[in-house]
Design a protein around this ligand. Structure first.
Ligand code: ASP
Length: 319
C-alpha cells in the first residue's frame, strides 16, 4: 500500500526575535523543498530527512553546521543523529569539529558501520575514511557567534544569570536561543525516519554532548511507534529520554497531537526544562508543541508546504 508522504521540520524553539523570523522561515521552507523533492519522487524517508537537515546545516541562521554556537573556547563542536524507523538502523556523531555536514557523517555511520555512535577524532577519521572531506574548524565559525560568545562571557564575568543553558535553569529563558534543527518524515512505502543536528548550547564546555544526537533523547524513529525530533535545553531532555517517552506513548495508542504538548508539560514539570518537539506517526498523524515563546516549523504534504513560527498560545492547536 502506498502512503501519502509527509515531511515535518523544526528550526529550533525559543523567543525568536522579529528580525530573525524571516531567516528562520525561509530556511525551513528551503529545507522542506529539498526534502520533499525526494519524497514526491518515491524516495526514502531516510534520504528526505538527511537532505532536509543538510540544507538547514548549510544555512547559518541555525545552530547546526556553519553558524553554530561556540564552545567556551571559541570553537564549533557538532552533534547529529539519524534513524531509520523501518529497520531501527541509527547513526550518530558527537563533538566533531571538522565536518561541514555532521548529519551526512551520521548517515555514513548508519550505512557503513556495525556501531551506532562515534565521537570526536574517531568520528572525523571514520567520516574521512568514508569519503567526507575534513575542513578547518574556522570555516564553521561566523562573526555573529563570536560576538554572541563574547556577550555571554561578559554576562558571566558580571555574575548575571546564566543564559546559556549549559548551567542551571535561569529565571527567564525568553531571550535564549535554541536553533537546533530536526526533521521527521513518512515516505510512500510507509517508512518513518528522523534526523536532528546541533551545535549544542552557547558557551558550552568543550566535549559536552547534549540531547540532540543521543538516541531516544533528541531523536528517535520506529515504525512500531513514531518518529520524533526534539530541541531545547539538552540536559533536562536527556534526563527524561524525552524522544522515546513521546514515541512510547504513541505506541500505546495516544495521538501525536496529544502527546507532543504532554511531552513539553512533562519536561517542565519533572525537570524544569523547555524546548520544542515534532512527532509523526506511521499513519500520518502528527503533533508539534513547545513551551518556549516560539518554534520555527514547517510541514510538506501532497497539499503543499506550510511554514510558520508557532507561538506558545497556539501550541495546542492543530497547525
Ligand atoms: N538541545 C540542544 C542541546 O542541548 C540545543 C538546542 O536544541 O538548540 O545541545
Amino acid at each position: 500500500m502506498t502512503r501519502s508522504p509527509i515531511l515535518l521540520i523544526h528550526g529550533g524553539a525559543w523567543d525568536i526575535p522579529a528580525d530573525l523570523l524571516d531567516a528562520h522561515e525561509q530556511g525551513v521552507f528551503d529545507a522542506l523543498q529539498e526534502g520533499w523533492r525526494i519524497l514526491e519522487s518515491g524516495g526514502s524517508a531516510l534520504d528526505a530527512v538527511e537532505t532536509a537537515v543538510t540544507t538547514l546545516e548549510d544555512d547559518p541562521a541555525f545552530d547546526a553546521g556553519r553558524g553554530s554556537f561556540l564552545t567556551r573556547d571559541g570553537r564549533v563542536q557538532l552533534d547529529a543523529l539519524i534513524m531509520d524507523g523501518a529497520t531501527l538502523r541509527a547513526g550518530g556523531v558527537a563533538c566533531v569539529e571538522r565536518i561541514r555536514n555532521p548529519i551526512q557523517a551520521a548517515r555514513l555511520v548508519l550505512e557503513k558501520s556495525p556501531h551506532v555512535y562515534f565521537v570526536g577524532l574517531g568520528a572525523e577519521d571514520f567520516a574521512q575514511a568514508n569519503g567526507i572531506r575534513l575542513i578547518d574548524n574556522s570555516e564553521l565559525v561566523v562573526d555573529r557567534e563570536r560576538q554572541r560568545l563574547a556577550e555571554a562571557q561578559a554576562r558571566e564575568r558580571a555574575g548575571r544569570p546564566d543564559r546559556t543553558f549549559s548551567g542551571p535553569h535561569s529565571e527567564s529563558h525568553d531571550a535564549d536561543s535554541h536553533d537546533t534543527v530536526g526533521a521527521v518524515a513518512l515516505d510512500a512505502q510507509g517508512r518513518l525516519a528522523a534526523a536532528t543536528s546541533t551545535g549544542g548550547t552557547l558557551n558550552k564546555e568543550p566535549g559536552r554532548v547534549g540531547d540532540s544526537s543521543l538516541i531516544g533523547c533528541g531523536c528517535y524513529a520506529d515504525n512500531a511507534s513514531a518518529a520524533v525530533s526534539v530541541t531545547g535545553w539538552g540536559e533536562p531532555i536527556m534526563k527524561l529520554v524525552l524522544g522515546k517517552w513521546a514515541t512510547d506513548r504513541v505506541m500505546t495508542g495516544r495521538s501525536p497531537e496529544q502527546v507532543a504538548p504532554d511531552a513539553m508539560a512533562y519536561l517542565l514539570r519533572r525537570a524544569g526544562g523547555h524546548g520544542g518537539i515534532i512527532l509523526l506517526a506511521p499513519d500520518g498523524r502528527y503533533g508539534l508543541a513547545h513551551n518556549t515563546p516560539r518554534m520555527a516549523w514547517g510541514i510538506h504534504t501532497a497539499d503543499g508546504p506550510r511554514v510558520g513560527t508557532l507561538l506558545r498560545d497556539e501550541s495546542e492547536e492543530e497547525p
